[in-house]
Ligand binder design. Structure first.
Ligand code: HEM
Length: 232
């Protein structure tokens, strides 16, 4: 949960002015939008609209994360099933995965792919560079950029990295290791010169808006938490 303190900082700032009105769920949805805007290059059209009025849960269950979040060792059909269980299509799954064009990952999330590495699944020079950054049996779990080409920009570079076998997780590579036509066409469209990035951004925005509507609590359901890390 790298950067989680920012959510608590935003919550504290809002609570100081307007106590128990704005939920942590809303803060998270707006923070995701603002991160998108800042990391894609601050163009006005990237400041997409976010509906508000979500309420927070009365409980937080670890089992919900482990049951519903996809894992980095998932193959294509496991990824597809996990997104379909929440109403998301293959196209939307591929589109949202473009978020792996920014941020970092701990070595432990992918070292099983490095020792030994399979040259059919991971580019040999990329694998060797990762082996230096993530030594086997290291005492400290290091972090590396998700996108080795444009690490600090949120863009469609991820899809080129997928096709070049320069992605960290088995689940990233799995997006190309399928005969699924939708997956192939979607990835191809996002790697098309000149239009790929714009197309990806507009579809990413739509998918994020849909994600922000998923399983929301409204009205008198749940609560407005005083602090995001604990229920009231
Ligand atoms: C498709 C299934 C997905 C899997 C299996 C997956 C898995 C992971 C894993 C294992 C990490 C590294 C965690 C660590 O070691 O610290 C990670 C990082 C990240 N993921 Fe995903 N993820 C998926 C989809 C998504 C989606 C849909 C989004 C957002 C729309 C997303 C955004 C991110 C971001 C921004 C990071 C970097 C976090 C940081 O910088 O600390 N991922 N993901």
């Amino acid at each position: 949960m790298r950067g989680y303190y920012l959510i608590e900082a935003a919550k504290t700032a809002v609570e100081n002015i307007c106590p128990e009105v704005v939920s942590c769920a809303d803060i998270l949805a707006f923070a995701a939008r603002d991160a998108f805007y800042l990391l894609t290059g601050k163009s006005d059209s990237d400041l997409y609209s976010v509906s508000a009025g979500r309420r927070d849960g009365n409980v937080s269950l670890l089992t919900e994360a482990t049951t519903f979040l996809p894992r980095p060792d998932f193959g294509f059909s496991q990824l597809n099933n996990s997104f379909a269980a929440k109403g998301f299509s293959t196209d939307e799954m591929i589109t949202l995965s473009g978020a792996h064009s920014v941020g970092q990952s701990h070595c432990s999330s992918f070292t099983s792919r490095l020792y030994p590495y399979n040259p059919d699944q991971i580019d040999p020079s990329y694998a060797q560079a990762l082996q230096i950054l993530c030594p086997q049996n290291a005492a400290v779990d290091g972090v590396v950029p998700q996108d080795n080409v444009t690490p600090d920009t949120l863009d469609a570079q991820y899809y080129t990295n997928v096709l070049n076998n320069e992605v960290l997780f088995f689940s990233d590579w799995a997006l190309r290791n399928t005969s699924d036509l939708v997956a192939k066409v979607t990835i191809q469209s996002y790697t098309t010169p000149l239009i790929g990035n714009t197309l990806w951004k507009s579809k990413f925005i739509a998918a994020m808006q849909k994600l922000g509507q998923l399983d929301v609590l409204t009205g008198t359901q749940g609560q407005i938490r005083k602090t995001c890390g604990a229920n009231n």
